[in-house]
Design a protein around this ligand. Structure first.
Ligand code: NAD
Length: 485
């Protein structure tokens, strides 16, 4: 294993608590999204490596004195040691993610550097709280005991947009519940996954509790359908989610799916539109990570009475964003993660223009000769244009759509096939919460949006099934058992 400032190379896979020799010579070469230069090389896992990883996770789960049998306090202590080791590497996590997928380093420092350890500590804290035995007086006499046990070996399929945070959405509750895991990172973001393995080794996480198999979708599909897997947790596109759900349906295998979105940012007629006041909240909820974030409110719903003002505000907001190399501390919008991703986003922008939406800012490349950049872009007059009103673009592209009254705004918000995030902008937070309750979505914010670990996160409709985070996210890694006594 060699590490240099220029590139990072690994030649082993982390499986069964060891660095094993991979079954093939295939490699993955992650690319710097800002410069298009190679960042290193890692082995690509093949089916035989997945077999070994699943076997190791099964052995760790089934061991009579293994992870699943540990008292919660002991598991919590191990998770806290893991969090310590991740924190010790937080700057390197942020840097690796930012280089690979173009996430601005200021964003990566918080969401990929700091947030994952915080999630581990949150779940360690949850299982440290003593749980009372759940004994119920039976209707037919006797006592009924209701208990939860760890669900088993989990396959986690992780996307490239928030590779560490979304890995930890799965790993932290799974570890807390007593499960073991085989994790498949996306080929675009593999270097951070190896750092996670190094942190696990340094923390002394027991062998086989976490196994990492970097690979593409075919090996991912092999893992999902593997007979040794008890549950699948997936974040990514709706198309891949449907395919995984079909497999899990056939196998009757529990699955959690966090998929795409096209959430609404509902601007009420009393909203404050001063960018000095709302700019930061707008950034997190509409443009975070170069628009490559599933929960973003990319459909801005504006009251007809203030339509021009809202379009002008969002145009000025997009113009104000600092576009640049992801490694630059002042960058707010970096490059898209891959060449393919830029092609997709540019294709959507071209279709929006062809279908009659009016571009108010952006739409092109920001005049840099390297990196997969797209300018922050705003469309107006886009109500009847499919691409701007309905399809997930997954880039820095917003559309502003006019509504007549609040009922109309809610009907528009709910006209989406998706339902993951969203925001309501208003100077009256109670009114905002009342509007938020009428939106068909798994999560929504009033004048702010950030998924908080204490509460369930996930979507309705084509945005997914099941929830991550909160105690509900922990329950998703357990089976219920009833004992009639
Ligand atoms: P994707 O959904 O195809 O890939 C995400 C992860 O799933 C990767 O690790 C991939 O290898 C794996 N995967 C894909 N198909 C699989 C299958 N059938 N079985 C098992 N694993 C599988 O996403 P992508 O191709 O990288 O991006 C395409 C689009 O997906 C983006 O433009 C965006 O719209 C959307 N996306 C959404 C999210 C999100 O957080 N909701 C994340 C990434 C991408």
């Amino acid at each position: 294993m060699t590490t240099s400032t220029a590139t990072t190379a690994y030649d082993r896979l982390y499986v069964g608590g060891e660095w094993i020799i991979p079954s093939t010579a295939r490699t993955i070469v992650p690319i710097n999204a800002s410069t298009e230069e190679p960042l290193g090389s890692v082995p690509e896992a093949a089916e035989a490596d997945v077999d070994r990883a699943v076997a190791a996770a099964r052995a760790a789960f089934a061991a009579p004195d293994g992870w699943a049998t540990w008292e919660p306090d002991r598991r919590a202590a191990a998770m806290e040691r893991f969090a310590d080791e991740i924190e010790a590497r937080s700057a390197e996590f942020a840097s690796r993610v930012s280089l690979q997928n173009g996430m601005p380093i200021a964003v990566a420092t918080q969401l990929e550097g700091a947030y994952p350890a915080l999630l581990l500590r949150y779940y360690a804290g949850l299982i440290r709280q003593p749980a009372a035995q759940d004994l119920r007086e039976g209707v037919f006499g006797g006592t009924v005991e209701v208990r939860r046990s760890p669900i088993g070996v989990v396959a986690a399929i992780v996307p490239w947009n928030f590779p560490q945070a979304l890995a930890m959405f799965k790993l932290a509750p799974a570890l807390a519940a007593g499960c073991t895991m085989v994790m498949k990172p996306s080929p675009e973001t593999v270097l951070d996954a190896f750092l996670l393995a190094e942190a696990a080794v340094a923390a002394g996480l027991p062998a086989g509790v976490l196994n990492i198999v970097p690979a593409g979708r075919e090996v991912g599909a092999y893992l999902v359908s593997h007979p040794g897997i008890d549950k699948v947790a997936f974040t990514g596109s709706t198309a891949a989610g449907r395919s995984i759900a079909e497999t899990c349906g056939r196998l009757l295998r529990p699955v959690t799916l966090e998929l795409g979105g096209k959430s609404a940012a509902i601007v009420l007629d009393d909203a404050e539109l001063d960018l000095g006041t709302i700019g930061e909240g707008l950034f997190t909820s509409t443009m975070l990570n170069n628009g490559q974030t599933c929960f973003l409110g990319t459909r801005v719903l504006a009251p007809r009475s203030r339509y021009t003002e809202v379009v002008d505000t969002f145009t000025a907001f997009a113009q104000s964003l600092q576009v640049g190399d992801a490694a630059d501390e002042s960058t707010q919008i970096g490059p898209l993660a891959t060449r393919n991703q830029r092609e997709r986003v540019e294709g959507y922008i071209a279709r929006g223009i062809a279908d009659g939406a009016r571009l108010t800012v952006g739409g092109g490349r920001p005049g840099r000769d390297r990196g997969w950049f797209v300018e922050p872009t705003v469309f107006a007059d886009s109500e009847n244009v499919a691409v701007t009103s309905h399809e997930e673009i997954f880039g820095p592209v917003l559309s502003v759509i006019a509504y007549d009254d609040v009922d109309d705004a809610i009907a528009l918000a709910n006209s989406s096939e998706y339902g993951l995030g969203g925001t309501v902008w208003t100077s009256d937070p109670d009114r905002g919460a009342a509007v938020a309750r009428r939106v068909q979505t798994g999560t929504i914010g009033v004048n702010r949006y950030i998924p908080d670990p204490v509460a369930p996160f996930g979507g309705v409709k084509s945005s997914g099934m099941g929830r991550e985070l909160g105690p509900e996210g922990l329950a998703a890694y357990t089976n219920l058992q009833t004992i009639y006594r």
